[in-house]
Design a protein around this ligand. Structure first.
Ligand SMILES: Cc1cc2nc3c(=O)[nH]c(=O)nc-3n(C[C@H](O)[C@H](O)[C@H](O)COP(=O)(O)OP(=O)(O)OC[C@H]3O[C@@H](n4cnc5c(N)ncnc54)[C@H](O)[C@@H]3O)c2cc1C
Length: 450
């Protein structure tokens, strides 16, 4: 009998865990995945599945010029410098090979999104499932895992890591030891753990958590016990517009294409150019609900996205011929809203300076018929975690490596700034999950096979 039960033990069956498992398996080492919940997928399944690939062949085919350098510049412009600056470059360099691996080598049903660029990106570079549902990406990855015969045990939480003389030797899974030569912690962040959110990201602690239940912060807790370095612990992705009571995302396309957000008093309260994550703390200051207001032309573009189309079908979008008329559907001050729309439209026409400094108006000025959706802000996931090197190996504060331990995705320190919601660029979550997972799998195999 071998000394280990598996070469690589992957903890967590989300994008990071799947990418690590597939990459390692394809390099010839044995892999097993354990997942604490009854269903795999984690936050990855809830996401829109958008992954940046800077300089991908799909961009070249579409005539879009891009490069890792441009992605680094975009990420730095959004997030500023932070604890994991080196990782930003590494992720940018890995992004195009990553999407090509997913689509060309593995066969994921993804495409380059050209209809929108989304927050933090100067060119269209997000690659996403055609449905824009992360569940499709997860289903594809699950299929690749199953085709390879990689064992996946759901309903098996890891309680703690097995550590001997400072080196990781496996984990205690549902009370039983599993010994492994290498361990990949792919357990996501701590957004589902109220105490940890209050400790590290207090400004968003009152917001509802809209992610998967499994993100309860084990990676950071294990890291602290081990004496590993943690980084960017105050950074998180918020979402400024979760439709209420439907609980689905109001596509940010509605705002990006010219819509606005107002509070119950009918007034805007900030510059929506901050993006869906960066604007979330502004929405939180507005009492329980806020309202997105846009028009039919914008609705028609957003309706190309399945989740938005479903929200509209569920009656989440209400219509009126005048801004005042929107008050018949929602508890907003109609007269004040009419003034707000008039002032915003004047800025969009270039006849006045926008009161909040908004610079991007796209299809605005808004025109009849007008749409309104009731929204509240949400916390999606945290972006702080274990500091890792270029191969996803977990580091100590002195820069040395914790032997045999890898981390990626929400378990690792991310590339979205040191704190707050403003540093998150679209796709940062899945990029660090998939790319670090893949790098961990490759490095684990390289270490073991020599
Ligand atoms: C609504 C929403 C939309 C989003 N849209 C995007 C997007 O379009 N693009 C993007 O890049 N990011 C997006 N994100 C963020 C993105 O989903 C995450 O950053 C990413 O999925 C993290 O992947 P992961 O593999 O690290 O974690 P997950 O996918 O959450 O997987 C972690 C898994 O580990 C399991 N686990 C946890 N603890 C244990 C334990 N102790 N033992 C065993 N298993 C454990 C969990 O149950 C879970 O299944 C979105 C997030 C949300 C909530």
């Amino acid at each position: 009998m071998s000394e280990v039960d598996t070469d690589l033990l992957v903890i967590g069956a989300g994008a990071c865990g799947f990418a690590g498992a597939i990459a390692a398996h394809d390099q010839g080492i044995s892999v097993a995945i354990v997942e604490k919940l009854a269903r795999p997928g984690g936050n990855s399944a809830l996401s829109t599945g958008s992954v940046p690939g800077a300089g991908s062949r799909f961009q070249r085919d579409a005539g879009i010029e891009d490069s890792p350098e441009q992605l680094v510049a975009d990420l730095l412009a959004t997030a500023g410098h932070h604890d994991a600056d080196g990782l930003t470059r590494r992720m940018a360099e890995q992004s195009a090979p990553l999407v090509e691996w997913l689509i060309d080598d593995l066969g994921a049903r993804m495409e380059l999104v050209t209809a929108y660029k989304h927050v933090g990106h100067s060119v269209p570079r997000l690659h996403a499932p055609r449905s824009r549902r992360g569940q499709d990406l997860v289903d594809d990855l699950l299929g690749f895992v199953s085709d390879r015969g990689i064992p996946l045990a759901v309903g098996n939480p890891v309680d703690r890591l097995i550590v001997e003389d400072g080196a990781v030797k496996g984990a205690i899974v549902a009370g039983e030891p599993i010994r492994a030569a290498k361990v990949l912690v792919a357990t996501n962040g701590f957004a589902g753990n109220r105490e940890m959110v209050a400790r590290w990201c207090p400004e968003i602690a009152p917001a509802e958590y809209f992610g998967a239940l499994g993100s309860t912060g084990e990676a950071a807790a294990w890291g602290e016990e081990l004496g590993a370095a943690l980084g960017n612990m105050g950074a998180y992705q918020g979402y400024a517009a979760v439709a209420y009571p439907q609980g689905s995302l109001l596509s940010w396309t509605t705002i990006e294409k010219g819509g606005i957000l107002v509070s119950a008093n009918g007034k805007r309260f900030g510059n929506e150019d901050a993006g869906y994550s960066g604007f979330a703390p502004n929405v939180m200051g507005q009492g329980e609900m806020a309202y997105a207001v846009y028009d039919r032309r914008i609705h028609e573009i957003a309706a190309l996205e399945e989740e938005y189309a479903e929200l509209a079908e569920m009656g989440g979008v209400r219509w009126a011929d005048t801004p005042e008329g929107l008050a018949d559907h929602m508890a907003v001050d109609g007269a004040a809203l009419a003034q707000t729309v008039a002032a915003y439209n004047a800025a969009a026409r270039g006849a006045a300076v926008d009161a909040f400094g908004r610079a991007k108006f796209e299809l605005a000025p808004l025109a009849a018929p007008y749409a309104i959706v009731r929204v509240k802000p949400g916390l999606f996931h945290t972006q702080g975690g274990l500091m890792v090197d270029d191969d996803a190996r977990v580091l100590r504060p002195d820069g040395s490596v914790v032997e045999n331990l890898f981390a990626g995705g929400g378990a690792a320190a991310g590339i979205s700034g040191r704190s707050g919601a403003g540093g998150y660029a679209s796709g940062n979550g899945l990029l660090t999950a998939l790319a670090l997972g893949r790098l961990a799998g490759l490095r684990a195999a390289q270490d073991l096979r020599g």
